[in-house]
Design a protein around this ligand. Structure first.
Ligand code: AP5
Ligand code: MG
Ligand code: ZN
Length: 206
């Protein structure tokens, strides 16, 4: 099964992706994670991507599409994949369609007014990438899954989140209509406990 996770910054794509990937045994492919990994390792892609991700702008399409195309050719994608954060505009959606078709597009729907608080309070495990929120950590500073140290993403500040939400509304939100027209869109209410949202996803995929 080829699944795309669509949703605004902070809607819970990464959080749900961990669970979907475990249950359906699909490789979790997050373009944001790929860029952050490249930035950390200071690769050519990382050096290029940094100024975009730091400002909440989209990394140029040619670079992003090539990375995804290459990644989907890997052996572990033979039986399907879970894309998180790609495609993010019409050009990327059309490019993806030229080499692979999505079976289901999960649109995680959360009112934009809730996202600033979700993102500014997010903490991420530096080892396994799991996301947490300070409100639910109870003062803990290490990851529940692997014991890794938690950090705050550089783009999780008010100004950059503002830019990311704007980019989402202008460029990514039109993909909801795009996939609806192709009859693969599944709308998921993304407000509620993480496990409740996951149960909605599992029900929608049946
Ligand atoms: P990316 O890493 O994809 O960031 P994003 O789209 O802004 O999304 P986030 O990862 O911030 O949110 P999420 O939906 O995964 O939420 P999460 O589960 O963590 O992209 C980063 C940058 O990379 C972009 O700005 C761009 O520069 C570049 N980039 C990436 N892809 C690109 C592309 N295709 N083209 C060009 N450039 C690209 O949850 C958020 C918080 O909410 C957490 O604290 C979590 O604990 C909490 N939370 C989750 N679920 C719930 C719930 N049900 N209730 C309450 N809190 C919850
Ligand atoms: Mg994410
Ligand atoms: Zn961890």
């Amino acid at each position: 099964m080829n699944i795309i996770l669509l949703g605004a910054p902070g809607a819970g794509k990464g959080t749900q992706a961990t669970k979907i990937s475990e249950k359906y045994r699909l490789p979790h492919i997050s373009t944001g994670d790929i860029f952050r990994d490249n930035i950390k390792r200071q690769t050519p892609v990382g050096l290029l991507a940094k100024s975009y991700t730091d400002n909440g702008k989209l990394v140029p399409d040619e670079v992003t599409c090539e990375i995804v195309k290459g990644r989907l050719e890997a052996d572990d994608c033979k039986n399907g994949y879970l894309l998180d954060g790609f495609p993010r505009n019409l050009f990327q959606a059309e490019t993806l369609e030229s080499f692979s078709k999505a079976d289901a597009v999960l649109n995680i729907d959360v009112d934009l007014s809730l996202l600033m608080a979700r993102l500014c309070g997010r903490r991420v495990c530096k080892d396994c990438g799991e996301s947490y929120h300070v409100d639910f950590l109870g003062g803990k500073t290490v990851c529940e899954r692997c014991g890794g140290e938690l950090y705050q993403r550089k783009d999780d500040n008010e100004e950059t989140v503002g830019n990311r939400l704007k980019v989402y509304s202008e460029q990514t939100a039109p993909l909801i209509a795009y996939y609806s027209e192709r009859n693969v869109l599944l709308n998921i209410d993304g407000v509620g406990a993480i496990d409740e949202v996951f149960a909605r996803i599992v029900a929608a995929l049946k």
